[in-house]
Every structure is written in C-alpha cells, then in structure tokens.
Unconditional design. Structure first.
Lengths: 301, 306
C-alpha cells in the first residue's frame, strides 16, 4: 500500500499518454478523411474566405458601413457599388462585410453558451446521477416539450430586445438539448474500464470528468456544435429580422433584411445580398458539419 | 389503448405546471419593475401603484403564483395592458391563422418531400437524384424569412402573379405556405430517400423482384409502406419547427397570426399578452403532439407496450 502513490503516478502518466496518442490518431484520421471529401474542402475554403473577408472588413470594405451618400440613393449594383446602395446611400457590400462580423460572432457565441451550459448540467446529471440527475432531467423535459422558439421569445421578453438578449436567448434555449446529449455520452463513458480504474486509484471526480471522460466525448460534441452553428446564425439573424435583436443602424444581416423589406419594390439588392450571405455561410457550415460527422464517426472507419 | 391515453394525459400535468411556471417567470424575472416598463416613462407613481394592485403584485410571490396558476387553469389569461382586451380572446383570434398556415405547409412539405425522396431513391446516382439532393441541401440552409423575401420579390413584385402582402384569403396563403414548407420538405426528402434505400435492399424486396413483380408494384406495395414508418414519426416532430418558422414567415408576409402577435407584444412590453401567446402556442403544440402520438399507437401496436 505504501507504494501506491508511485504506481498511481506512473499509471496516471501512461494513461494520459495513451488517450493523447489515441485522440491524435483519431484527429489525424478524421483530417485525412476530410481531405478526401472534395465538397467538404470546397465548403471549408469558402467558409475561411467569408470569415477572413469579414474579419478584415475595416481595411477592405470599399466604403464605410454607416456613412450616408445622398448623391447615390438606392443605386442598383454597378462597378462603383458592387451590391448597390441603400435608401441613405450606404454601400450595401460594405455593410454586408461589416455585418458579418456581428452575425458570425453571435452565431458562434450562441454555440459556446449552449455548450458551456449543456456541459455543466450534462456532466452533473450523467456523472453524479441520483436525485440531482432526476431534478435536472425533469426541468429539461419541460423545456424540451415546447418548440425552442417559445423559450427564445420568453427570454427575449425577460431581457428586452437587443443583440445580446437574442444571443443569450438562443444560447440558453439550446442548453436542454445539449444537456441531454452530454448526459447520454457521459453515462455510456463513465462505465468504461479506464474510468473505473481512475476511480479506484483515487483520482478526483472533477479530474476524471475533465481528463478521462471529456476527451472521449469531445468528437461527438464537435460534430453537434458544427451542425448547430448554421441554425444558430439563421435564428439569431431571424430574431433581428423580427426587430428583436440588432437595431436598424447596425449592419447585422438580419437587421439589414428587415430594413430592406420596405424597399423591396425599388431596391431588391438591399434584401437579396444580406440574405445571400446568410444562406452561403449556412450552406458551407452545414456541408462541413456533415463531412465532420462522417469523418469523426468511428463506426464508419 | 385507454390505459395508454390515460398515462399520456397524466404525463401532461408536470409539463403544464412547468409551462405555467415558465410564463410566470417571464413576469417575475424581468429586471427592474415590469409595471414601470409597461407603462413607459410618462407614468405617474399613482398609475404604477394602481396597476401593481390590479395585477396583485403586492402579495408574496408564492401567493401570486398560486393565483396566477388558478386563473390560467380557468382560462383567464388576464387583459392586455394597452386596450384592456382579454388576452385569451386576442390570442384565439390569431391562432386559426397560424394553424391554417402550419397545416397547409405540412401537407405541401409531406407531398413534396416524400415524392422527391422516392424519386431520388429510385434514380440513385443518376442526375435526377443528384439534382434533388443538391436542392435539398440548399433548401435546408435558406432561412424562411429570406425565402419569403425572394418569393415576394419574384412572384409578387416581378411577375405580379400573386398578391403578396396582407390579406388572409386562400390566394394569400400560397406563397407563405411554400416559404414555410420548403425547409421541412428537404428534411423529408433526405429521410425518405435513405429509408427507401434501406428498404430496397431487404430480403422481402428481393423476393418480390424474383417473383417477377413489376418495379412499380414492388416500390409502391413493398418498399414504400416500410420506408414510411420513420417518416411518419418525423412528421409529428416537425410541427414544432413549423411553429418556429411560422413566426418568421408571418412577419415577412405581414400576416396576422401568433408570430406577429408575439413580436408586437414583446415590442410593446405587454407582459400579459406575451405570457398568453406563449401558453396558447405551447399548449397547441403539446396537444398536436399528443394527438400524433396517440394516432401512432393506433397504427403501430408496438408503441402501446413500451
């Protein structure tokens, strides 16, 4: 018994190395499979292009997103204004580039909020079990019994309109689904031999969760997250379109669509280009998510 | 069967309590004084005090909750802050419009999704299949509100075929129906295609083929009924996303309905209206799901014994 700490350390180290090596090979394999999928690569390239264009928008956007030009009101797309100008003479292309920063940032933050909440509740529920698990699951059951849009609307009603409220609302509304997913994954993983071994060796609970269980469920979480980003961007922009999120001067894509509605008859480009941007991003993200799922699914190997 | 239905009805009770707690929370969790927010900045302290009293906000929280639950159970959802119309009446006025839109969209989505799914599966790897699959990926990624905009632009503004905005006649339902149906149709296309492909490679289908049955009969009589079981399940689950999509489509076409009602209520900060629309929409959703589940139990005896 006296040499247990030594043993424990060596086993601990070797098991850590093992998981690292295993996960590396899984990632390497997944990357190789992803590279063989030409559609996925095209989607990835397109996505990288769009994201970097919005990131460098302050330097490459031909005009300011907010500066008005009363000599060029509602100009159709031309060589000067590639995507035309709106009713105040603002350059639509520049606004779409700037707006992407908002829309994409919010879409990704939503997924992070949902993942953070879902991981905490899912781990507590799945790992500790018992009454706590029952309690959390009954609450999630209630939320899952209704369409998410109702929960989002309720949360926006509580927090008031604005892009931050919308982001929180969509993020929180995604927590029940992720909690369910994480709980299921934790439940299947916690009975694995390596977890039991760590448990017997006296590894602390939080360490078992972070070092032993999490790395083994992370690929499923990544797939879920990647498939979720597209929907998040659509819904957050949609709530801005309803006037509940980003407000008019902001070039957020949904808000631009909302603004362009009134000018559908004489300035179609005000509505077409922001929507095209949303659709393009979502198509790329969804294609990539599908490919990731195939690449990371060990049953297909 | 009666036992199954009773069990499902009993399971509704915690869901309903959760729903009431959630809508109660809308009012209680709002930071600041919701009464002051509702009345706006010009309200005098007397007006605020009066409304607080009318809403019973001076009582302890648990009393408020019991009182609220009791009135909701009696069908009293309060009165709107502006205009003082009973919320239940106002919401019930809008509900048929949303249900009509969701129902027609569901019918179109099923017809479109299942037929294109069958077509894609039976022409696997030919150009028809490829075109259908590419279109379905595209459809899944186009938000309803932008699709609505494009439909209005093409059919309303450019071609002038169909009236686009306002109005609640049948003609006004065509474009919103398609705007709402295309996304779910794409989901059904992909699902039908994959379950069809699975069913095409089963022993009973090979048997049917080796008996010399015509391709058409094999597909319609042997493959389809088995392939459609998972599809029917998904159709029930889709109603929720339809409700979500309807919010955006209604806004785009400026149609009366629960979606536009909810958005207006939030913008006006009319809390009784927000609570009312959430309760009614959630209840409609839960009841439709219950009806769908019970009808499955009729169709598939296995479900009853789970």
């Amino acid at each position: 018994m006296t040499n247990l700490p030594d043993d424990y350390c060596s086993i601990q180290i070797s098991s850590a190395n093992e998981t690292e090596r295993a996960s590396q090979s899984l990632w390497a394999l997944a990357w190789r499979k992803l590279c063989e999928n030409r559609i996925a690569l095209a989607a990835l390239a397109c996505l990288i292009l769009i994201v970097s264009l919005t990131l460098v928008a302050p330097w490459i956007a031909p005009y300011s997103p907010t500066e008005t030009d009363y000599d060029h009101l509602k100009h159709p797309p031309s060589s000067v204004h590639w995507a035309g100008t709106d009713d105040l003479g603002r350059d639509v292309l520049s606004r779409v580039l700037w707006g992407g920063r908002e829309s994409l940032r919010v879409g990704i933050l939503v997924v992070l909020i949902g993942m953070a909440g879902g991981l905490v509740f899912g781990f507590i529920s799945g790992y500790y079990g018992g009454l706590l698990d029952d309690f959390i699951q009954r609450i999630m059951d209630v939320f899952l019994a209704f369409p998410p849009i109702l929960l989002m609307i309720s949360i926006v009603a509580i927090l008031g309109s604005g892009l931050t409220s919308v982001m929180l609302a969509v993020g929180i509304a995604s927590i029940p689904g992720i909690t369910r997913l994480v709980r299921g994954l934790v439940l299947t993983t916690r009975n694995e031999l390596y977890v039991e071994a760590a448990h017997i060796l006296g590894v602390r609970k939080w360490k078992i969760m972070v070092r032993h269980i999490l790395p083994n469920i992370v690929s499923e979480l990544i797939v879920y997250a990647s498939l979720m980003i597209g929907g998040s961007i659509m819904v957050t922009s949609g709530l801005s379109y309803l006037g509940l999120g980003a407000q008019p001067p902001s070039p957020e894509w949904g808000a631009m669509l909302d603004y362009g509605r009134s000018y559908l008859r004489d300035a179609w480009w005000m509505s077409v280009f922001p929507g095209l941007a949303i659709a393009l991003v979502v198509i790329c993200v969804n294609l990539l998510g599908d490919a990731l799922r195939d690449a990371l699914d060990p049953t297909i190997q | 069967m009666i036992k199954y239905i009773t069990r499902r009805l009993i399971l509704l009770i915690p869901t309903l309590l959760g729903l009431i707690l959630m809508t109660f929370g809308i009012f209680k969790l709002t930071p600041g004084d919701p009464v002051a927010i509702m009345l706006g900045q010009s309200a005098s302290p007397e007006q605020i005090a009066l409304l607080r009293e009318r809403l019973g906000l001076d009582e302890p929280v648990h009393i408020q909750f019991v009182r609220y639950t009791w009135s909701v159970l009696q069908g009293d959802l309060g009165r709107s802050i502006r205009g003082g119309v009973p919320v239940l009446d106002a919401v019930m006025d809008r509900l048929p419009h949303t249900l009509a839109l969701a129902t027609t969209a569901m019918v179109v989505a099923v017809l479109l999704g299942v037929t294109t799914g069958i077509l894609a599966a039976t022409t696997r790897h030919k150009w028809i299949d490829n075109v259908i699959m590419v279109l379905s990926v595209g459809n899944l990624s186009v938000p309803e509100y932008w699709l609505s905009t494009i439909l209005i632009l093409v059919f309303g503004v450019q071609l002038g075929w169909i009236p686009v905005l306002g109005g609640t006649g049948l003609k006004n339902l065509i474009l919103p129906t398609f705007a709402l149906a295309l996304g779910p149709a794409a989901v059904l296309t992909r699902l039908t295609r994959s379950t069809m492909l699975e069913a095409l490679h089963t022993n009973y289908v090979w048997t049917a083929h080796s008996k010399g049955l015509a391709e058409k009969i094999v597909v319609l009589k042997h493959v389809l009924p088995n392939a459609l079981i998972p599809v029917v399940t998904v159709i029930g689950l889709m109603f929720g996303s339809m409700l979500g999509g309807a919010v955006f489509v209604e806004a785009a076409f400026n149609r009366p309905g629960l979606g536009t009602f909810a958005v207006k209520a939030i913008t006006n900060r009319d809390y009784p209206q927000i609570q009312g629309v959430v309760i009614v929409a959630a209840l409609a959703f839960v009841l439709v799901n219950l009806a769908v589940d019970i009808s499955y139990a009729f169709l598939d005896p296995r479900i009853r014994y789970e």
